[in-house]
Design a binder for this molecule. Structure first.
Ligand code: ADP
Length: 261
């Protein structure tokens, strides 16, 4: 039964991942296909270049239908994003952690009051927190402190420019940090890869952080990591703030003042 559970979890993970990758890949393929169409008009029929362009076109089309299948598969795995207060998810996760974490590790939480709402899947976010916390535990075999924090943050243009694929704006930040072993640069650069693990066989799957990455990506957020050997590791998950009633009220005003009929 345990195996089945693990297998189901693994499939879910792979589904999330595949969905995230397929989505991004689709955008890349759209560019390739678009360029091919342009090139096809430019190169002479029957020439060698023409043949090459057609080969690229065919291959990109095959890839596009493959990503479509992946997206269809992963969509079944997607749970329901709901408007929620991340503090509640953290509180629930911390209660669950009790059984997973030994007494030599102190769990501290610092939750911002009036946390902005986010639109995410509570179950998925719970998994994110659990995966990060279990890694933190494993990094502190001699004990230590696991800290979980939430806060409202504004990410400015400077931040966005120094982090690829991040848009400036309002985010809810979840911080999970430990006082454990830390990581060297080489390990750090590979942690989000599926199946990358430094744990002994049977102890790690290497899917924990790949799942975190996939879930956060699908929630339109991003995740960063800071780590220092012998000192500890800090993961920061940023989730976009959900539009508040105030902003939709503005939108309503505009539409009601517009002329009718
Ligand atoms: P797994 O936990 O199964 O190894 P993960 O994807 O969760 O897979 O983690 C990959 C690797 O990243 C771990 O094996 C470990 O080397 C490193 N890692 C993750 N979290 C931490 C942490 N908090 N402290 C130190 N190393 C970590």
């Amino acid at each position: 039964l345990e195996d089945q559970f693990r297998q189901a979890q693994k499939m879910e993970v792979v589904g999330h991942l595949a969905g995230g990758i397929a989505h991004d890949f689709n955008n890349v393929l759209a560019v390739i296909l678009g360029c091919c169409q342009f090139l096809e008009n430019d190169v002479a029929v029957g020439g060698e270049s023409r043949e090459l362009v057609e080969e690229i076109y065919k291959a990109a089309n095959r890839a596009a239908s493959l990503t479509k299948q992946l997206l269809a598969f992963s969509r079944q795995q997607i749970l329901r994003p709901m408007l929620l207060n991340l503090n509640e998810v953290v509180t629930e996760a911390v209660a669950m952690l009790d059984r997973l974490i030994g007494e030599d590790i102190t769990v501290k939480t610092s939750l911002q009051s009036r946390l902005w709402p986010v639109k995410v899947d509570g179950g998925q976010m719970n998994q994110v927190i659990m995966n990060l916390a279990v890694n933190a535990r494993d990094a502190m075999p001699q004990g230590g402190t696991l800290t979980i924090e939430t806060s409202n943050v504004e990410l400015d243009e400077t931040y966005a420019q120094s982090h690829r694929e991040v848009t400036a704006g309002s985010y809810v930040m979840l911080v999970v940090s430990d006082t454990g072993s830390g990581m060297d640069e080489q390990t750090k650069s590979r942690i989000f890869e599926p199946f990358f693990t430094t744990k002994e066989t049977g102890k790690g799957t290497g899917l924990g952080l790949a799942t975190v990455f996939g879930i956060v990506k699908q929630s339109e957020g991003h995740v960063t990591v800071d780590s220092e050997l012998g000192t500890g590791t800090t993961f920061k998950v940023y989730l976009p703030r959900h539009e508040t009633a105030a902003t939709s009220e503005d939108a309503t005003k505009v539409s009601t003042s517009a002329p009718r009929g």
